[in-house]
Design a protein around this ligand. Structure first.
Ligand code: GLN
Length: 470
């Protein structure tokens, strides 16, 4: 009930699209019953959680923040949602996002942008007042980052203890960094994607947002595992339920990718990154510079692969099977076209067009196949570094702290999106686990996160190191 009260109090953040109050209260009663009767309790019994609105929830509207799916009520739960509920979690609601998880601001959904809770922190407000811009306080509100901004804001504002996000190119880690929470992208294949409405099937992973690394590990323990409904899940996953307390980091080797020193990186993030590396060094860890030479192709490569898969994925939204259907019925083709024009925003339509261009018979080899080869080179860069003895990579998560909405929308959103994902996207192309951990507050009083990237399926080791750092 405290969480529900906070959801109401922070409604202006626009973190939730649907609040499932009745469901949560019923689940809470059931949990209390189990407790009173001395029945065995689940791993998450009685714990309020929220779920990004691109995961199917049985009987609860699932919109992807798109007109295309407005009013769509799935008949089943995504595997990860079912697993949370099976362990006694309480579903507080469905969180806001960029339409179909395309974006990195949580500004592009039909329900409007998500506001970063830190915009209202005492420290930030005081700093802003010193600036002679004459704006009203509210026009300075900050974006959450995205696309899982609703989930990050929901955790950050204490309306739930954990939230599901999705991560295709950084969408869990980026908003986690901006909202001062932990954001985990598990190894590809460790957690089922069944019921996660796809963006890029070969890169999508359900993400976990929590307030501390231990909580992320507990939730990962609940979610991980083979699912016969997702053939990309591995048969025998590691199950990190509890993390050991690392006391000695002197045997660790931490890699710092030299290509990640990009000119767009803010000086504050840069200096916190160096500070973190020094901290490891002072505790006896080996900190070395490493090279991921294909980093510079990563954003372009992601773009070709992402839009190609989007073009194919979005074909299912034809006005017949799911969600929206226009009134035009002169021909099937006209109905398809009008439905998709009305249903999708510019970003989604733009990606469908780009993707279909890359997949044209005359372009396929030159773009799609070539991008797949580049993807392999990018993935191999990581393999080489880990084979040379590096345990984890330490990098920034985002280029800077969260920016005010008014500044974010000034630039072309798609260009901005691309720049923001520089540290996160390659990880998805390589299928590796990565976690963003809050490091410190900036001079403006806003959170800055750093990212650890681990070896494939070494999620437990990754989280153990992140916990030490936290
Ligand atoms: N910003 C990236 C994109 O728009 C990543 C999105 C995501 O991880 N869902 O494609």
């Amino acid at each position: 009930q405290k969480c529900l009260a906070l959801i109401k109090k922070t409604k202006f953040l626009n973190a939730y699209i649907t609040v499932s109050e009745e469901v949560a209260l019923r689940q809470a009663e059931e949990s209390e019953e189990r407790y009173k009767k001395g029945h065995s309790l689940g791993e998450l019994d009685g714990i309020p959680v929220a779920v990004k609105d691109n995961f199917s929830t049985s009987g609860i509207e699932t919109t992807c923040a798109s007109n295309m799916l407005k009013g769509y009520i799935p008949p089943y739960n995504a595997t990860v949602v079912q697993k949370l509920l099976d362990q006694g979690a309480l579903l507080m609601g469905k969180t806001n996002l960029d339409e179909f998880a395309m974006g990195s601001g949580s500004t592009d959904g039909i329900f409007g942008p998500v506001k970063n809770p830190w915009s209202y922190s005492k420290q930030y407000r005081e700093k802003r007042k010193q600036k002679p811009h004459g704006e009203t306080e509210d026009s300075n509100w900050l974006i959450t980052g995205g696309s899982s901004g609703g989930s990050a804001a929901a955790v950050s504002a204490f309306t739930c203890f954990a939230a599901l996000g999705s991560d295709t190119g950084g969408s869990t880690r980026n908003p986690a960094a901006h909202c001062g929470v932990v954001g985990l992208k598990p190894s590809y294949g460790l957690v089922s994607r069944h019921g996660l409405i796809p963006l890029v099937n070969s890169m999508d992973v359900p993400g976990i947002l929590t307030r501390c690394v231990d909580d992320a590990a507990v939730v990962l323990g609940v979610l991980a595992g083979h699912d016969c409904r997702d053939s990309t899940t591995v048969q025998d996953p590691v199950k990190p339920l509890t993390l050991p307390n690392l006391t000695d980091v002197s045997k660790l080797c931490i890699g710092i990718p030299k290509e990640y020193h990009v000119p767009e990186l803010s000086s504050e993030v840069q200096s916190l990154w160096s500070k973190a590396a020094k901290l490891f060094e002072s505790e006896g860890a080996k900190v070395i510079e490493v090279s991921l030479p294909h980093t510079r192709y990563s954003i372009v490569c992601y773009h070709v692969l992402c839009t190609s898969e989007v073009a194919s994925n979005m074909a299912r939204f034809d006005g017949l099977e799911y969600g929206h259907r226009c009134d035009i019925n002169v021909s099937t083709e006209a109905m398809y076209a009008a439905t998709r024009r009305e249903g999708f925003n510019d970003v989604v339509r733009g990606r469908i067009l780009s993707g279909n261009f890359f997949l044209l018979k005359e372009n396929y080899e030159n773009y799609f196949v070539r991008a797949q080869k580049v993807r392999r080179l990018i993935a191999n860069d990581f393999v080489n570094v880990f084979n040379s003895g590096v345990d984890v990579l330490l990098t920034p998560t985002t280029l800077s702290e969260a920016v005010p909405y008014v500044e974010f929308i000034k630039e072309d959103n798609r260009t901005r999106s691309a720049q923001d994902d520089i540290f996160t996207q390659a990880v998805n192309m390589a299928g590796l686990p990565a976690v963003s951990v809050p490091m410190a507050l900036s001079n403006q009083g806003l959170p800055i996160g750093l990212q650890f990237i681990g070896r494939a399926f070494c999620d437990q080791q990754l989280l153990t190191i992140a916990k030490w750092f936290e």
